[in-house]
Design a protein around this ligand. Structure first.
Ligand SMILES: O=C(O)CCC(=O)C(=O)O
Ligand SMILES: [Fe+2]
Length: 577
């Protein structure tokens, strides 16, 4: 898919231009053919009219008719069968399409789901989204009234149907409502115009044709049914059928509704409210749960408060973090006790102590960040999440299906891996990271660099970077030495709106700033995973977000960051040992 990377979507602009040019050629070829046919048709019409008026008495007339119906008809037939131009253009178009990576149905579905996610996290109504209003701040260039992309009624109807078909029924309702509201508004204007004898706008008529209204009503009714309001659903579906009595879905739903007795109604209501509660806690896991997956992320990641997650992503509640947590935090220039560090110290800002979370400000120059983005772009691939143990030995198809689900729901981003020795630039960055963290990144003690780019509404649901909660119980097939002791994440771009990294159990929000590094320890001193490192990438609202993840392994750091007996044991300085 394309939608999972903004960077890849940008390359589509060229494709659109090329496609338009190719279609222009196709049109020109079709026009040539139509003109040829037209001239023969006119000739026949003249002859026929003449014959009707005068009969075919004159030998010259008889000759002309004969010519027209023999050789000229032959010519036409020959021309039509030999004039390959349009077909060639069409073949060309088919070939062109096959060469390109173009969005498909999965992309469309993913894009609609991403819109619903943005609405959910950033409190945006369908109405606001359709008008291109993403946030209140008017200052943004992209947000200026005239440049704002907006969605038509047809577009809104597409979003609604995509969400409904993706079983996001509640999320689809806002969009169906919008379609009905806008169509009602147009109907009113049309009535006025009819009164004044004006022409109606054909295009908008089509957007609001009876089938569109009927489907919207039918599907809103279904949502009501799911909420336990069967009577309301029946009435609304009947209304839908009044617009379009052939709507098969409405007829099918009606059968289901009438199959329900009043007592069953209550069961449905109880069911649906239970789902909502589950969603409030951990939306993702309730969705995965529905699929009957053997692996339950809820039991691995535990629960988190979805409301707090949203609040942290919006960063609109400054007092959400307990200020006591921040009393021991410091900012400093760290020279890491070497000569190089004295000339070029690292700018450290501590954000949390337990787990240890820090920012290294301006770690990369803008040029270095741009370079990494360019290298990443060359190798982008759809990103996966680590396979659960139960899938590690399963077939490729099963794994791919898991990946697809993961891409559509828990993580929408594209990634590329770069080796440390990819170039002099990457090698220098790794050396600097080694100085900043004090950890050993050589000898396979860190993973390759993972470049990631987020697409429309791209996000990463709350997760741990480590593989196993307890070091004595390895999971995902990883050994303890491969554990991701620490995460060193560089923000490679500024993000206009959204896209923060949030620690949902520490009420901590960090906004991407090009060149800054977010660094934290995933594991406690006792070698177990630290549950409070549960973190997420908030959906990107506006802009393109690039990050580079460097996961530092437990292996090789034993002396640098010695273990302790308890989870919060403080390190014993090596000198004293
Ligand atoms: O993009 C972010 O802010 C977080 C990414 C992340 O957590 C990951 O890739 O593991
Ligand atoms: Fe992560």
């Amino acid at each position: 898919e394309i939608f999972s990377s903004i960077a890849q979507m940008e390359t589509m602009v060229t494709t659109e231009r090329q496609l338009a040019d190719k279609l222009d050629l196709y049109i020109a070829a079709q026009q040539e053919r139509v003109e040829f046919i037209n001239s023969y048709v006119s000739r026949l019409e003249v002859l026929a009219a003449d014959a009707a008026e005068h009969g075919i008495l004159h030998p010259a007339a008889a000759f002309l008719h004969t010519v027209a119906l023999s050789v000229e008809l032959d010519d036409l037939m020959n021309f039509l069968s030999s004039f390959q131009e349009p077909e060639q253009r069409l073949d060309d178009l088919v070939a062109f399409r096959e060469q390109q990576t173009l969005p498909d149905k999965t992309d469309l579905k993913g894009a609609a789901i991403a819109i619903a996610r943005l609405q959910d996290v950033y409190k945006i109504t369908a109405d606001q989204f359709a008008e291109g209003k993403l946030c209140d701040r008017p200052s943004n260039d992209l947000e200026s009234e005239a440049d704002r992309p907006s969605l038509t009624i047809s577009d809104s109807f597409t979003v609604a149907n995509q969400l409904f078909d993706a079983e996001q029924v509640n999320e689809s309702i806002d969009w169906f409502d919008l379609v009905l509201e806008r169509c009602a508004a147009i109907a009113e204007i049309e009535l006025d115009e009819e009164d004044q004898g004006q022409d109606l706008d054909e295009g908008q008529d089509l957007e609001c044709e009876a089938s569109v209204i009927a489907t919207s009503l039918t599907r809103i009714a279904y949502a009501n049914y799911l909420r336990g309001n069967t009577t309301g659903a029946i009435l609304q579906t009947a209304e839908a059928l009044a617009f379009d009595e052939t709507n098969q879905e409405a007829l099918m739903f009606l059968k289901i509704y009438f199959g329900h007795t009043a007592s069953e109604d209550e069961d449905v209501a109880a069911d649906s409210s239970a789902t909502e509660e589950g969603e409030a806690q951990n939306k993702q896991s309730s969705q995965e749960g529905k699929e009957g997956a053997a692996w339950d992320p809820k039991s691995f990641y535990g629960t988190y408060n979805r409301d707090i997650f949203r609040t942290l992503c919006r960063a609109d509640s400054p007092n959400i973090r307990d200020s006591k947590l921040d009393t021991n935090l410091r900012c400093r220039l760290s020279s890491s006790n070497d000569d190089f560090g004295k000339i070029s110290p690292i700018n450290v800002e501590e954000l949390d102590n337990f787990p240890e979370v820090k920012v290294f400000r301006n770690f990369l120059s803008a040029a270095e960040a741009d370079y990494l983005v360019a290298e990443g772009l060359k190798h982008l691939k759809r990103s996966t999440v680590v396979h659960p143990a139960s899938l590690a030995n399963s077939s490729k198809d099963e794994q791919e299906e898991f990946d697809l689900k993961a891409v559509l729901t828990s993580r929408t981003a594209k990634t590329a891996w770069l080796n440390h020795d990819h170039s002099d630039v990457t090698a220098a960055i790794i050396r600097r990271a080694q100085r900043a963290t004090g950890l050993d990144l050589n000898n396979d003690h860190a993973e390759p660099m993972q470049m990631g780019n987020y697409g429309i509404g791209g996000h990463y649901d709350p997760h741990f970077d480590f593989f196993s909660m307890e070091h004595s119980k390895p999971s995902f097939g990883y050994q303890w030495k491969d554990e991701r002791l620490a995460t060193f994440m560089i923000y490679l771009t500024d993000v206009e709106e959204g896209g923060a990294t949030v620690f949902v159990r520490r009420n901590l929000t960090v906004f991407p700033r090009k060149g800054d590094v977010l660094f934290w320890y995933n594991m406690d001193r006792d070698g177990n995973g630290h549950e409070d490192t549960l973190h997420a990438g908030c959906p990107v609202l506006l802009g393109s977000k690039w990050v580079m993840n460097l996961w530092i392994k437990a292996d090789g750091q034993e002396l640098i960051r010695p273990c302790g007996i308890t989870s919060d044991a403080r390190p014993i300085p090596i000198m004293l040992l």
